[in-house]
Design a protein around this ligand. Structure first.
Ligand code: PMP
Length: 284
């Protein structure tokens, strides 16, 4: 059985317990990170750790574990669960307190939970055939740059996509795409320019986004950070999404309209290849 980490202890999952008064449960008062594991090592752990600190700071949560301590937890979980390929999920909540909208005192211990999932990431059907996405109104809250556990709207949007025979949804505000339900969104124009939304509170600053844009720069591809519409996406040469566990995955259809020739494009393929090479080389 899987071993998980709960507040300093490694436990088999059936024995792990969280209080019913945990603010993560009552208020979605928590933040999280997902780090992928390739060849038994962690991809961009430091990027995820830094973003965790930013999310916590935005919510006035005082970190109670250091980078090295959290890294050790990640590595322990990978080792104990024999993860060669998959992910480590980490969640930090404001802890346990009697239900009150006001935050409990800062001395209340945070709840820190982590677990692994074994998963084939490199070999993926979605990467091979490309994703179909639908566009939906972005009805999430206004602080999407903070990686909180309130994922209900994203989850509903993905369900709606599935009901309509698609794989994912692209969320839209004022007719412009913010991002996918759990990934950043990109198009490639006829001139070969990679376009993705500029960073703002409307999107999550993806750790993979940063790394992939660096790969694009090294390959001397042109990048524009700006918003784009569904119409522009439908008329684009190709499209793709990025996230820690899907890397670079092509998007071949939006709202039932084929993008380019409706097949995964060369820019997405190249970026996936280079991103994977770099990630495996730099994993710790
Ligand atoms: N946007 C959203 C809304 C997400 O949930 C994710 C995945 N956590 C991303 C973008 C991609 O971020 P990352 O590359 O850090 O996984």
């Amino acid at each position: 059985m899987r071993e998980v980490f709960v507040n300093g202890q490694y436990l088999v999952e059936a024995e792990a317990r969280i209080s019913v008064f945990d603010r993560g449960f009552l208020f979605a008062d928590g933040v999280y990170e997902v780090t992928s594991v390739l060849d038994g090592r962690l991809v961009d752990f430091d990027g995820h750790f830094e973003r965790l600190l930013r999310s916590m700071e935005a919510l006035e949560m005082e970190p109670s574990m250091t980078r090295d301590e959290l890294l050790a937890v990640h590595r322990q979980l990978v080792r104990r669960n024999g993860i060669n390929e998959g992910l480590v999920y980490l969640q930090v909540t404001r802890g346990v307190a009697d239900r009150d909208f006001l935050f409990p005192p800062g001395t209340t211990p945070l709840t820190i939970v982590a677990f692994t999932q074994k998963k084939s990431l490199v070999e993926s059907e979605h990467a091979r055939r490309g994703l179909k996405v639908i566009s939906l109104e972005d009805m999430r809250w206004g602080m999407c740059d903070v990686k909180t556990t309130q994922l209900l709207y994203a989850s509903m949007a993905k369900m709606k996509a599935r009901e309509q025979g698609a794989d994912d949804a692209w969320l839209m505000r004022d007719g412009l795409i913010s991002e996918g339900t759990s990934n950043n969104a990109y198009i490639v124009t006829d001139e070969g320019v990679i376009v993705t939304r500029d960073l703002s509170p409307q999107i999550l600053s993806g750790i993979t986004r940063r790394a992939v844009l660096q790969c694009a720069e090294k390959l001397q591809m042109k990048v524009e950070e700006r918003a784009f519409s569904v119409q522009e996406a439908a008329g684009a040469k190709e499209a793709f999404v990025t996230s820690a566990t899907t890397f670079v995955t092509p998007v071949t259809e939006v709202d039932g309209r084929k993008i380019g020739d409706g097949k995964p494009g060369p820019v997405a393929r190249k970026l996936r290849e280079i991103y994977l090479e770099e990630s495996i080389r730099n994993a710790i």
